[in-house]
Design a protein around this ligand. Structure first.
Ligand SMILES: [Zn+2]
Length: 236
C-alpha cells in the first residue's frame, strides 16, 4: 500500500495542505483498487451476495486499519525525531547562544541575504523567538504544528474507507447480472479521477497518470477475477 509522504515541512502552509490532500487521494485510490480486486475475485467464484458483502466489508476494515496503523507508526516516529531535534536545538541555544546566532546568520546568508542583512535578521529573529527561528530555518519544522499521529491515522482510515465503499456498494447493490459491469465501470472511472487528481496535486502530467492508474486497476480486477473463476469452476 502507498505510504503518504511526510518529507516536506509541516504546518499550515499550502505545500503541507497539498501534501495532506495528495495523501488522502492516494489512500482512497488504495481503497478502491484493493477492495475492487477482492470483490471481483470473489464474484468470479460465487454469486452469493452475502459472501460478496462479507469479503468486501472484511477487506474494507482490514485495509483501512492497516493503513491507519502504518500511518500512526510512521508519523509517531517522525514526531519523535522532530521533538528530539527541537530539544537538542533548545539546549544549544542555552549553552552556546553566540555560535547559534552565527549559525542562523550563515543559514540566512545561504538563502541569498547579504552578510549585514542576514546578521540583522538573525538578531531580530533570535530576540523574538530563537527556538522557532532555528526550527524553521535550520530544521524546516514548525514547533507548534507537529503532525498529530492520531489525526494522520484517522485521515488514512477515512480515505481508504471512502475509496473501498465504492466497489463494495457497486458489487452488492445491483441485480446479479449487473454486478460486474457496474463495478468495473465505476471503479475504472473512479481510478481515472484519483489518477488525474494525484497527478495534478503533484504537478505531474495527468494523462499518463490516468492511463497507468486505470491500467493498474484493470489488471488487478482481471487477475483476481480469473483466480476466482478458476477456484469457483474447480468447486473449491
Ligand atoms: Zn541552531
Amino acid at each position: 500500500m502507498t505510504e503518504p509522504s511526510h518529507e516536506e515541512p509541516h504546518g499550515g502552509s499550502l505545500g503541507a495542505r497539498l501534501n495532506w490532500l495528495r495523501a488522502a487521494v492516494l489512500g482512497a485510490n488504495d481503497g478502491i483498487v484493493s477492495t475492487a480486486g477482492l470483490v471481483v475475485g470473489v464474484a468470479g467464484a460465487t454469486g452469493d451476495r452475502s459472501a460478496l458483502l462479507t469479503a468486501g466489508l472484511a477487506g474494507l476494515l482490514a485495509g483501512s486499519m492497516s493503513m491507519a496503523a502504518g500511518e500512526y507508526v510512521s508519523v509517531s516516529t517522525q514526531r519523535d525525531s522532530e521533538r528530539a531535534a527541537l530539544a537538542l536545538e533548545r539546549r544549544e541555544l542555552l549553552e552556546q547562544p553566540e555560535a547559534e546566532l552565527e549559525e542562523l546568520t550563515g543559514l540566512l546568508e545561504e538563502r541569498g541575504l547579504t552578510r549585514e542583512v542576514a546578521r540583522d535578521a538573525a538578531v531580530q529573529l533570535t530576540q523574538r523567538d530563537a527556538l522557532r527561528a532555528h526550527a524553521r530555518v535550520e530544521l524546516g519544522i514548525d514547533p507548534d504544528e507537529l503532525t498529530n499521529p492520531w489525526h494522520a491515522a484517522w485521515a488514512s482510515f477515512l480515505a481508504f474507507t471512502v475509496g473501498a465503499l465504492l466497489p463494495l456498494l457497486a458489487i452488492v447493490l445491483p441485480p446479479s447480472d449487473w454486478r460486474l459491469p457496474v463495478t468495473v465501470v465505476s471503479v475504472l472511472l473512479a481510478l481515472a479521477c484519483t489518477g488525474w487528481s494525484s497527478a495534478r496535486l503533484g504537478a505531474a502530467a495527468p494523462a499518463r497518470a490516468v492511463v497507468r492508474n486505470v491500467g493498474g486497476g484493470a489488471v488487478a480486477m482481471a487477475v483476481t477475477y480469473a483466480a476466482g473463476s478458476l477456484l469457483g469452476a474447480a468447486g473449491i
